[in-house]
Unconditional design. Structure first.
Lengths: 233, 233
């Protein structure tokens, strides 16, 4: 049976399916949706260590960041269940792996949507994370463990940020750096008076449908019954 | 040959050994020492995943936190070089593994030194990290991945803190949570006007000696020559 996509779910089907989800769960859906944002997104470029990539995805979910972009140049993303703790199923994960110019495809897609490309770099000329302006949507790119971001991202970045450090060690672990950045930016964003970081009602509706489908085990049986009942009316 | 300990290094021997360290390196020692703190310390209680424990140690070094306490109840700490990036050699790492009551030994030792025990907990009654007062030395305890802090730490903790979150996932990865807490607390501490978080000159001197010894490959040969030269004067 063909898997039903969120955009195929009518309001009537949504209402029917939500009848099979507990009230507590539905309340939780709305609470989380109210705090969800696409104003910040995270890009993982060619991350080697599965622990790192998965930990970043979990962090995004924890801080209400809906979209994660995964560029797989040489290194394919592998899910690590123990690290993820189910976080991925609540997110929109976009993968770039088909073409030669994966990093450029991702950057162009994000710029077309109005994102400012933010790269992390400990070097001179980078601004402190606290100075990063939040008025425009931000795509935070985390580069590969040892070599950092690619030349493509370096050339296309609109701004470079750094986390102030005081030790001998030159860089933080990547999942740690991403977490500090995402927490700082997202908590600052939530303290801003405007609501332009929140999802639109259309976006919320689409995600609500996706979550509803994912939350019901073997939803295809219920969907079949729904269409059957409709015919019989 | 017996390994020389920092407290056996006289001022004359220190000066002699520092003659074999580049000026740039010595300047860096002093810069890092000036930012080092024992006002915050981190306790790792029985962490299972080597990646997590090592990432926390690296984070401590990056944020100038000198002391890390490692309680090894069932799980022994294993160094992971790729994650550590050499960070451990600049830190004072205290291990608790000999007695039956490892967690209690660690907590008692910290309380005797005037530390407030800070445990992380996402539950009600925990204060937000931004509300944590910094006037007293703080020992931040990170508990085991799935079960969290032990009953001993729960009973002995002076305060419980949480990181505000907005998703479905109930907890952050432990290396991520530690990093957010350590970065927030240490950067706030550095903005305070008083200097009581800095190391004393005696503490700096001891660490300077330790770093000097560690920075010279086969220092025992130079130390032998130093004592030989002294005799021949």
């Amino acid at each position: 049976m063909k898997k039903t996509q969120p955009n195929e779910v009518s309001p009537a089907l949504l209402a029917y399916l939500q009848g099979f989800i507990s009230d507590d769960r539905k309340v939780r859906f709305e609470e989380v949706l109210a705090e969800r944002t696409r104003h910040i997104t995270c890009v993982l470029e060619n991350i080697v260590d599965a622990h790192n990539a998965n930990a970043v995805i979990r962090t995004c979910e924890c801080f209400g960041i809906q979209d994660v972009h995964v560029i797989e140049n040489e290194h394919r993303f592998k899910a690590a269940k123990k690290v993820l703790q189910g976080a991925h199923k609540w997110l929109s994960i976009f993968k770039y792996k088909e073409t030669e110019s994966k990093s450029m495809d991702c950057i162009r897609a994000l710029k077309a949507k109005g994102y400012k490309i933010v790269a992390t770099s400990p070097h001179a000329g980078s601004i402190d994370i606290h100075e990063l302006e939040l008025n425009q949507p931000l795509a935070l790119v985390m580069g590969q463990e040892n070599i950092g971001i690619s030349e493509v991202v370096k050339a296309e970045a609109d701004v470079f940020v750094k986390i102030p450090m005081q030790g001998f060690t030159e860089s933080l672990n990547i999942s740690v750096a991403a977490a500090i950045l995402l927490q700082e930016i997202s908590s600052r964003l939530r303290r801003i008076e405007t609501d332009n970081w929140k999802l639109s009602e259309i976006e919320k509706d689409e995600i609500r449908k996706e979550w509803t489908l994912k939350n019901i085990y073997r939803n295809e049986l219920l969907i079949e019954r729904f269409y059957q009942d409709q015919k019989n009316v």
